[in-house]
Design a protein around this ligand. Structure first.
Ligand SMILES: [Zn+2]
Length: 237
């Protein structure tokens, strides 16, 4: 039975899981007090239980420093050549989902080795620091969203994520909101602006981001409600 369930997860390419039970509240999260460790402090302590490719190690540790709750969480950052139309994906490791308690559960964040632009691919570590930090921060937002969920809950949400675009949007809003609440709002905006304004990023990817994800203006509303309102007004004009 467990084998069957694992296969279902794998075949559905369990992406990430949303929040449909209402325990997630953007405003509450956005106003949480955050403790952020500056980069001049020792970042190595955030490497506990993490596997990180050297090329992105420092930036990944910096992103992790915004999420002190994940300090002991097992996360494997894996370079991949192709992630089915995504640049990064955060998932629970299937093998640990039904074996370990949620405290000991392991996760992976798949990271596209190259960003595919229309002309030629560029290695992911060549992205501007803010953009890469925002991108990794968003994935850590997903993991922050998963850590308190039970295994069956994660399985159910994974299936819904696969079947429903509105569920995808909820999951993505949850991840962005956790990242904003942990002090990464400006980096998240930098990532979105980079994707939406880059003239070499394929149109299909931009359209996916526009359709399913929060806009830079909406993120700004979470970071600073007044500025966000002005920005949204401008966008409508
Ligand atoms: Zn996401």
């Amino acid at each position: 039975m467990i084998y069957l369930i694992c296969n279902i997860i794998i075949s559905l390419n369990l992406l990430l899981i949303c929040n449909s039970d209402g325990r997630f509240n953007n405003n509450e999260l956005a106003t949480e007090t955050q403790t952020h460790f500056n980069s001049n402090q020792n970042l190595e302590k955030f490497a506990t239980n993490k596997v990180i490719p050297n090329e992105i190690r420092e930036l990944t540790l910096e992103a992790l420093s915004y999420f002190p709750d994940l300090i002991n969480t097992k996360i494997d950052f894996q370079f991949k050549n192709n992630i089915h139309g995504s640049v990064m994906q955060a998932q629970p490791k299937v093998g640990s989902l039904f074996v370990h308690s949620k405290e000991n559960r392991a996760y992976k964040i798949k990271i596209s080795r190259n960003l595919f632009l229309e002309d030629n691919p560029i290695p992911i570590e060549q992205l501007p620091d803010d953009v890469l930090l925002g991108w990794i921060g968003h994935e850590l937002g997903h993991i922050q969203d998963y850590i308190e969920r039970g295994s069956m809950n994660l399985l159910g949400f994974g299936i819904k994520y696969y079947l429903s675009n509105s569920f995808v949007t909820k999951a993505e809003i949850a991840a962005d909101s956790y990242a904003v609440a942990h002090g990464l709002g400006e980096k998240i905006i930098a990532t979105k602006n980079f994707v939406l304004n880059h003239d070499q990023i394929p149109l299909a990817y931009k359209q996916k981001i526009e359709a399913l994800y929060l806009s830079p203006g909406e993120i700004l509303s979470m970071v600073d409600p007044e500025l966000g309102e002005e920005n949204n007004t401008l966008e409508e004009e």
